[in-house]
Design a protein around this ligand. Structure first.
Ligand code: GDG
Length: 499
């Protein structure tokens, strides 16, 4: 019952992403040759992999990603190209090895010190270091040439995310015209007034316009993108109604296709969880009667974790009866820690947790249980299922999959979702979730209180509607819509050629 089993890709798929879909470990580093080494392939990391795996396998596809140093390869081509799963009729995973300088500039530099803050409207955090953009270009060129090595007449190249703004044009210029180039931009696209501050902004726009198809999560990002093109690429023609850009004679169709999660799999794992012990995190930290709140985020300044902690503090101040009765569990995943802004953010969050706990804790009870440990997927589903209230409070977020995962795993239909109205997910799910403005501490704290005292039938009613939406728009239907668009662009351009 895999959601993505039937998605029909119109040609052999070539996926390009920064992270590899699996991590590989070679056991015997001293072995004379690779045939003596045994390779362990981890579980796929994340919904995108789970969704695209079957499509890649069916189309005999290729996945091109940064090797991430995980395989200590130094470097023979065949070790960089592995089939997934190993020794089977899978697809080819082609890993590119990048030097430390390249990673520092392309990944920790232009991608995450420039594009990430710009796209999320945090221009004050932008750090434009001298060689970052040139390295970004070099790495995009390397990925594009790897694509060219694998592409055939009917290939569908599907590039993921903001790490590859320049690659689409480079790919377009080096593969057969009949092959399709598409990209999905997983983060927001900002308004022109914000994008104006983007170093090399015109190169970024021109690069992205190499795509035949460009996908965003929601309409607003599509509108923002079209406005930026109109404003900053004078030679492009923009048809706002058709959402079509023509630049240098080539059309780019821009669409809003919101990403979903593998809802069936979260549901299944959550149901299995009641036969398991509850998540170890909870057994240790809370008693069975405790009402549980939950947050699951990367430690990123866009996720609104300090704002959430401030609201929790206000909530305990105003509602002392809940002390000892309600515990908030925050699972935070350290991320991009080599960037000082992230390091400082992590430190601030940890200090705040300690301060708030110090203020309210009594006996065995703590208001906030905080962990940065990786949680196994089954345990994460157990946690989601047990959480009475899920709090998702980003300052801004392209989509936010955690909110959808929580709904898919809420098999008992008795939880409540507090969701920032500045997320793509809120635009998707609307007011059946309890909307919050993460920066309005008082209102946020009242929302927490409201969610905890909401009658059961009201929670159930909301949850039923929300779960229905998440199942209707899951990862499989997201991929279907991408491939439908690719198919129709493909047909459109061949009939254009005949006319
Ligand atoms: C970007 C955009 C957009 C986290 N900790 C653990 C764990 N996770 C998993 C969650 C979820 C994923 O990480 C986080 O996804 P989000 O969507 O919430 O956020 P970003 O990482 O910022 O993703 C975002 C997304 O791309 C997709 O387009 O929605 O807007 O910023 O899947 O479950 N998973 C496990 N253990 C953990 O400890 N197993």
């Amino acid at each position: 019952d895999d959601a993505s089993d039937e998605a029909a890709c119109p040609g052999p798929l070539i996926v390009v992403s920064n992270r590899q879909p699996y991590r590989h470990e070679y056991d015997d580093a001293d072995a004379e040759d690779d045939t003596e080494r045994s390779v362990t392939v981890d579980e796929p990391t994340g919904g995108l992999t789970a969704g695209l795996d079957p499509v890649c396998k069916r189309t005999d596809g290729t996945w091109i990603a940064w090797g991430d140093g995980s395989a200590d390869f130094d470097v023979t081509d065949d070790r960089n190209c592995v089939s997934v799963p190993p020794d089977s009729e899978g697809y080819t995973l082609h890993r590119l090895d990048l030097s430390e300088a390249a990673v520092d500039s392309y990944y920790r530099g232009f991608s995450n010190r420039v594009l990430w803050p710009i796209c999320h409207g945090f221009s004050d955090l932008l750090e434009d270091r001298p060689t970052d953009f040139e390295w970004y270009r070099t790495v995009n060129e390397r990925f594009a040439s790897a694509v060219a090595d694998h592409a055939t007449d009917d290939s569908v190249v599907w590039i993921q995310d903001y790490h590859f703004a320049l690659a689409p044009r480079l790919v377009r210029d080096s593969i057969p015209p009949s092959a399709t180039v598409a990209q999905f931009w997983h983060i927001p696209w900002p308004a022109p007034e914000t994008f104006r501050d983007c170093p090399a902004g015109v190169d970024v726009l021109e690069g992205v316009l190499g795509n035949d198809l460009l996908g965003f999560h929601v309409d607003r990002y599509v509108e923002n993108f079209l406005e930026c093109v109109q404003r900053y690429v004078p030679n492009a023609t923009v048809d706002r109604d058709q959402r079509l850009v023509r630049y240098e004679g080539e059309p780019t169709t821009v669409v809003a296709t919101p990403m979903g999660v593998d809802a069936a799999s979260f549901d299944r794992r959550a149901r299995a969880a009641d036969r398991r012990n509850p998540s170890a995190l909870l057994t240790d930290a809370v008693s069975e009667e405790t009402v549980v709140g939950l947050g699951v985020d990367r430690l990123d300044y866009t996720k609104g974790i300090p704002e959430r902690l401030a609201a929790l503090e206000r909530f305990f101040e105003r509602n002392p009866d809940w002390c000892g009765e309600f515990t908030f569990v925050q699972k935070a995943t350290p991320s991009r820690t080599e960037i000082p802004t992230y390091e400082r953010y992590g430190e601030f969050v940890r200090n705040e947790v300690e301060r708030i706990n110090g203020r309210f804790e009594s006996g065995d009870w703590k208001p906030i249980v905080y962990t940065e440990e990786y949680v196994e997927p089954d345990d994460l589903c157990a946690l989601y299922r047990q959480a009475d209230v899920m709090i998702v409070s980003p300052i801004i977020d392209g989509m936010n999959l955690v909110a959808q995962e929580y709904l898919a795993a809420s098999v008992d239909c008795d939880g409540a979702l507090l969701l920032s109205d500045r997320t793509g997910a809120y635009e998707r799910l609307g007011s059946h979730a309890l909307g919050i403005d993460p920066t309005d501490t008082d209102a946020f704290a009242r929302r927490i209180a409201e969610s905890l005292s909401m009658p059961r039938h009201e929670r159930r009613r909301r949850m039923n509607t929300l779960r229905h939406r998440v199942f209707e728009n899951d990862i499989g239907s997201w991929m279907d819509s991408q491939f439908d668009w690719i198919q129709s662009i493909h047909e459109g351009s061949s009939s254009e050629a005949i006319d």
